[in-house]
Design a protein around this ligand. Sequence first.
Ligand SMILES: C[S@@+](CC[C@H](N)C(=O)[O-])C[C@H]1O[C@@H](n2cnc3c(N)ncnc32)[C@H](O)[C@@H]1O
Length: 243
Amino acid sequence: MNPVLEEILTTGNTKTADGKTIKVNSQISIEEGVLIQKCIDELQAEVSVEIGLAFGTSALFICDALKKTPHTKHYVIDPYQMQEQSYAGIGLNNLKRAGFGDIIEFIEKPSHLALAMLEEKNVKADFAFIDGWHTFDHTLIDFFLVDKILKTDGIVILDDSDWKSVEKVCSFISKNRSYKFIGGSSQRSYLHNSDDQSSRKSPFNKIKNLFGKKYSGSKSKYGATAFKKISSDDRRWDHYADF
Ligand SMILES: C[S@@+](CC[C@H](N)C(=O)[O-])C[C@H]1O[C@@H](n2cnc3c(N)ncnc32)[C@H](O)[C@@H]1O
């Protein structure tokens, strides 16, 4: 694990560009990071896309795991990254400090514009992580546009899928789209403020059903949910299934 990510996970802090220590917020948990890395490993993914950079925690997990080839690329989308009152460029700086400057392409736009632009550029991604604006409609549009650039057999993970808005999108995907539920991270823990020693030893235990069962929606609350794309969209123009 790279030291920049390790510092965030163990202390809950990170550094500003001028070296000040600040508290990280909004970050994914260790279980979510482990789920991301398992999926990337399984795919041997080289090209990924992420919506929502914040301080860079999920991006650091992703970049750490990507198979490094001359084609490796991580597209990171966030319209607020450079705003002083938001993240002040710290997420991007963390990626550079961790040595991932050469593989990232940062797009400072809202996701609906950025993803459409990637489709227009004919980008094809192995892996996608959705963790931007969490309303139902934004998340659904993120998924819809991610699907346009995700390869068949690629994996998309939706973060915070225990939120009603995101859970509804997961339900839509499982009932309407040619995607297979492959797993979820069941709990969230943060090493720096947790007494839970088991999460230090084995966050893998908290990853459920990877490459297993059917999506069971509200019966199981997943911190993040992973779907594998089975085929391109071949529904009839009037397809609809309740979700
Ligand atoms: C929960 S945080 C992401 C946390 C990050 N994945 C991590 O692990 O640290 C949500 C992020 O979404 C970004 N965001 C908000 N609206 C967005 C939009 N329309 N398009 C893309 N990103 C957006 C915010 O600036 C914020 O960085």
